[in-house]
Design a protein around this ligand. Sequence first.
Ligand SMILES: [Zn+2]
Length: 489
Amino acid sequence: MSEMQSAGALRLLSGLWLTAFALLPACERNAVAPSPGEEPVHIVIYLIDTLRRDRLGVYGYPRPTSPNIDALARDAVVFDNAYAPAPWTLPSIASLMTATYPVDHGVLFLGQQIGEGLSTLPERLGELGFATGGFVVNPTAEASGIRRGYDHFGVKAGPLFVGRWLRGVGAGPFFLYVHTAEPHAPFRPPAELVQRFGRVQPALHQRITRDTELLLDLLRADRDAGLAPGTRDNSDQQDTARQRLSRDRKAIDVLYDASVAWADANLGQIISLLKEMGFWERTLLIVTSDHGEEFFEHRGVGHSQSLYAELVRIPMIWRFPANQAGGIRVDAPVTLVDVMPTILDYLGRRDLTENDIGRSFLDLLKQPDAGAPEEPVVTSVRINRRNYYRPAKEQRGDFNVSVVEGRWKGIWNIEPDSFELFDTEADPGERRDVASEHREVANRLQQATVEWLHARPELDAGQGSTGDDRLDHLSPETLDRLRALGYVD
Ligand SMILES: [Zn+2]
């Protein structure tokens, strides 16, 4: 075990994990070390693109957006401090699939692919004898090379397509990755779901869609012209588009809630399928997201623009076979980088994680009596190579790293070399920077972040990303779908 991994293991044993166990009677503690047992176990990752944690009932949202997720959560381990390693799809998904941070895998803009030197989760599970099926609707994820390692890969993720694959999967274990995008703008939820959350007249809905597309056009104007971001400054036009969207904020909220409810209903259908087909009792189902969405909390809208809570705090719910460990809530910070090592650890193949940077969080379930002081944990990295917006550029630059320690969350803005600090207990929305009031905490967290960045292991030759921002390896269908979501012209 490398020094870095030892440090990682220590981090895992932070005191907050132990509070979860302290709440359980001693006689139940054995029940919180989930293990797969004798029969084959199926692994399902159900990722809902752009799903904010705080819009789900299980995380305190008062509107009924998530009946299926809430019911699932009652039988599951629920992580209260889960983070996306990046604030937009491509680097976040590459992190999930390779157990490395964006600074390690280097998949940072469209056209880049996960390097051959990094093995991916479906590749490893395939080696272990799993049938592997990927159903991914977000074309940026598909474009990043996550197709690799799947026996079957499709770009539609509805129950019809997943069900067809499940029916032919055979008797052995399977790994199913479903990546849906109902809450991704432009929002198109079914009308009956919109009515459940409020009124949005068709003309208003159309205006919001048009303004969203206009803003996306402005954000990619430089790249479309073959120029580096920031070459031409259209920030004033962006401001106008944002102001227009800001005026429709209430309606956008309704559309987003309806879209979350739509995603929840589709997840419910997949769970029903797994039950009807007899897989449920042997399935580990992980429900999560790749990042959130901003609705003007920090004067922006959409995603990728910062590392604040609305963009990087994500839902993370693990329902183990036979509801093992069900009902536990975990406070300690985890990220998508930790998912792959945890799955392999759960399968008894921790040996396969030795090159990974993520950490299995099963340790915490296995060693409830161990303890160690809390340490800062780096959660997310933003390296912006896409969108130029002068106020954001001046305030935070294009390279940011966020870190958490207990109640504190810090963001190091590397280019201006500023450090923001938030007290997430008093201020979960991260609106008030308290770095000047808690200088000692800010300095400690910034120092830890600097050390983390300097200690990034050098990747072996062949690892990291390949390709550049040319898109000529993509199929015409993928390019069409990227266009529809506003990523390319
Ligand atoms: Zn996404």
